[in-house]
Ligand binder design. Structure first.
Ligand code: F6P
Length: 324
């Protein structure tokens, strides 16, 4: 009798809400297709160390609505080295793993590609609040993070407006302005600062002063973590220039990465998890699941890591127009 096909699954890099929903979908779809699943703990670090556990249907019960990742995650330096990858492949062979599903961001897809180049059957599922992964309209976790930001900014606007203040809010996005730009639209911010389009503190101050002159009761400024200007420095400069509003600042930080996934993220993660396993069953690998207008598609990992997802600058313009 032929041996069962065994899939490994891991989460890697920064966690993102919906990763658990993806794990659940992978495990249950695999079981439905008569495959076995091995959960790899702590991302690629656990792959190098052989931290494995068998995953049954009940092991993924009650996790659909939970943020974070039950498989835990890490940013593994050892796996970036050829020796680490060699050890990981050896561990996979010893455990009888025939394929691997990697749920994570840009760096995780780099690791997935490296393994696929060495003959391992790998499928990636994009999971990142930053939404900076090429090949998918949106990654698992981004929608939840957006909603977290929106809730926070709505609350901050209430108090900003009552005191006629300018509020600076720092969002995550070390290299990507996606969250900041989209937050500017859905939260009605006067200005968004993003890594892709640097502007000066004085330009921001001028925009805030214009808003004051137009009779606005508050100003909201969204500063992406990687914009090039520190949020505190920016607040100081605006205060120094006396633009009408006094400033206050809030750094949202890791709150954006936690919490129960939205319906959208649960659905996206479930669809991608199902499709990833079905693809493996059909003999497809070396690809990432991506959401496209026609549904879930498969994008070669080589393309995913060879391209940079850009923020659509139209949205930056849109935010500006809508803040009048
Ligand atoms: O998940 C991506 C990200 O949120 C970046 O925007 C941020 O810079 C980074 O993770 C911070 O993660 P950590 O503090 O866990 O290293």
């Amino acid at each position: 009798m032929a041996e069962k096909f065994t899939i490994g699954v891991l989460t890697s890099g920064g966690d993102a809400p919906g990763m658990n929903a993806a794990i659940r979908a992978v495990v249950r779809t695999a079981l439905a297709n008569n495959m076995d699943v091995i959960g790899v703990m702590h991302g690629y670090e656990g792959l190098v160390n052989g931290e494995f556990r068998a995953m049954g249907a009940r092991d993924v019960g009650g996790i659909l609505q939970r943020g974070g990742t039950v498989l835990l995650t890490s940013r593994s330096k050892r796996f970036m080295e050829p020796a680490g990858q060699r050890d990981a492949i050896r561990r996979m062979n010893e455990a009888g793993m025939d394929a691997l599903i990697v749920i994570g961001g840009e760096g995780s897809m780099n690791g997935a590609y490296a393994l696929s180049q060495q003959g391992i059957k790998v499928i990636g599922i994009p999971g990142s609040i930053d939404n900076d992964i090429w090949g998918t309209n949106i990654a698992v976790g981004t929608d939840t993070a957006m909603n977290t930001i929106m809730e926070a900014v709505d609350k901050l606007r209430d108090t900003a407006s009552s005191h006629q203040r300018a509020f600076l809010i720092e969002t995550m996005g070390r290299n990507s302005g996606y969250l900041a730009v989209m937050a500017a639209i859905v939260c009605g911010a006067e200005v968004a600062l993003i890594p892709e389009m640097p502007i000066t503190a004085d330009e921001v101050a001028a925009t805030v002063e214009e808003a004051y002159k137009r009779g606005k009761t508050h100003a909201i400024i969204i500063n992406a973590e990687g914009s090039g200007i520190g949020t505190m420095e920016l607040a100081q400069r605006i205060d120094d220039l006396d633009v009408g509003f006094k400033t206050r600042m809030t750094i949202l930080g890791h709150i954006q990465r936690g919490g129960s996934p939205t319906a959208y993220d649960r659905l996206l993660a479930s669809r991608m998890g199902v499709k990833a396993v079905e693809a493996l069953a059909e003999g497809k690998h070396g690809v990432m699941t991506g959401l496209k207008s026609k549904g879930i598609d498969f994008i070669p990992l080589a393309d995913v890591i060879g391209n940079k997802r850009k923020v659509n600058m139209e949205y930056l313009h849109m935010a500006k127009v809508l803040a009048r």
